[in-house]
Design a protein around this ligand. Structure first.
Ligand code: SF4
Ligand code: SF4
Length: 384
């Protein structure tokens, strides 16, 4: 083991699951792999693949780390940011701990200011994401930012990114994307043979798998398993088909998705980072690879874009494709972009689509679990 690959001082205090996480990434590093930590769907992970690096997702998903983060960050902040920063700064996230660099973007204000603090812990390259897509400058600017990131990654990982390697990474990542979308689309079946909880757990687990082939294999196996399950299942009682929209749900999956399903819903679709939003559009495999990446990633419909009309179009399409009966919007506490956009989403769902809509604002604590259960029960009862 090189001196660079020491485990954290408090390693023995961690749970077995966390210890295993540290040992897994350390093994990867000992095999000579470079690890790049990421936080967002706007990250062009093809750049990391083209430099032979491994991408790991670092968005925090639990209460752990929040108290530590609040020593530095304001309390009234999105729990995803607080958790991510707290785990990183307290050496409690194996993936951050062993990352060679962080590839970040200026998305919401909280995240971009957190990255300034994170620079004290690790090499962080911040891509300047345009705040909107309008005008001719946004795409050109974003393409230049992707080129700048490629140079920074190449330098940090000690491997120059060539156009050939980037092209290969684009083709491979497109295969991964297709496999993800095909798994999500099992949710279109009626009755749906898989719970939203299972789908979102599988998708989140991909962030900690180290090769693209490994991810594709898991996605295909799971899809076949669910299709076989559909063939066996009879026509049970029809459950209300729910779409989740809004902020990433990685940290509130048990409190909201699992609970909604325990109360009788079938969560079949996700319009969020935990869904096909960022995966549906492939990167063009012909022409300039940097321009192709810029076009694809700038087209993601997240509330950090202003304006963001594509979100309503995507909701409209998913409501039809997945035969949605009701929409639950999840907004993490202090996430201003999604909270503000929720007014327009509510109008669209209730007035234009004439569907029931439930707005849940929450954090990563269990303090509001009872209240959420009550609101979910009332919402689902109304639909039955
Ligand atoms: S919600 Fe938007 S800003 Fe947040 S991780 Fe997803 S794409 Fe990035
Ligand atoms: S959920 Fe909202 S506040 Fe939190 S990181 Fe994402 S965009 Fe930022």
């Amino acid at each position: 083991m090189t001196s660079e690959l020491k485990l954290p001082a408090n390693f023995e205090d961690y749970t077995d699951a966390k210890k295993n996480g540290f040992l897994r990434v350390m093994k990867l590093k000992e095999e000579g792999k470079k690890v790049v930590g990421t936080f967002c769907s706007y990250t062009p992970s093809e750049l990391v693949m083209a430099a032979d690096g491994v991408c790991v997702g670092l968005c925090g998903s639990s209460e752990d780390g929040i108290a530590f983060a609040e020593k530095t960050l304001p309390k009234n902040m999105c729990p995803l940011i607080k958790c991510s920063y707290g785990l990183a700064a307290s050496d409690a996230c194996p993936y951050f701990y062993f990352s060679d660099m962080i590839l970040a973007e200026t998305t919401c204000d909280g995240k971009k200011k957190m990255f300034e603090l994170m620079k004290k812990l690790k090499p962080v390259h911040v891509m300047q994401l345009p705040p909107g897509r309008e005008g001719t400058g946004a795409l050109d600017f974003w393409e230049q930012e992707i080129r700048r990131a490629a140079l920074a990654i190449g330098e940090q990982l000690g491997k120059e990114i060539t156009e050939e390697a980037l092209h290969r990474a684009i083709v491979q990542k497109n295969r991964e994307r297709r496999a993800m979308v095909e798994l999500y689309e099992v949710g279109r079946m009626e009755p749906c043979p898989v719970s939203g909880y299972e789908i979102s757990t599988i998708m989140d687990s991909l962030q900690f798998m180290f090769t693209s082939e490994e991810k594709i294999k898991l996605l295909e196996e799971k899809r076949n398993e669910f299709l076989a399950r559909a063939a066996e299942d009879g026509k049970g009682r029809r459950k209300p088909r729910i779409m989740i929209t809004g902020c990433p749900t990685i940290g509130v999956r048990d409190k909201i998705i699992k609970q909604a399903e325990l109360l009788g819903a079938s969560v079949v679709a996700f319009d969020s980072c935990s869904g096909p939003r960022a995966q549906k559009e492939a990167v063009s495999e012909s022409g300039d690879p940097y321009l192709a990446l810029a076009k694809k990633y700038l087209n993601i419909n997240c509330a950090v874009m202003s304006p963001n009309p594509g979100r309503l179009d995507a909701l409209d399409e998913m409501i039809a494709d997945y035969r949605i009966d009701g929409v639950i919007e999840v907004v993490l506490q202090a996430c201003h972009t999604f909270a503000i956009e929720a007014a327009e989403v509510k109008r669209f769902i209730t007035k234009e689509k004439k569907l029931p809509y439930l707005y849940l604002e929450t954090d990563y604590s269990q303090a509001d679990s009872g209240q959420i259960d009550t609101r979910l029960s009332a919402f689902l009862e109304m639909m039955q």
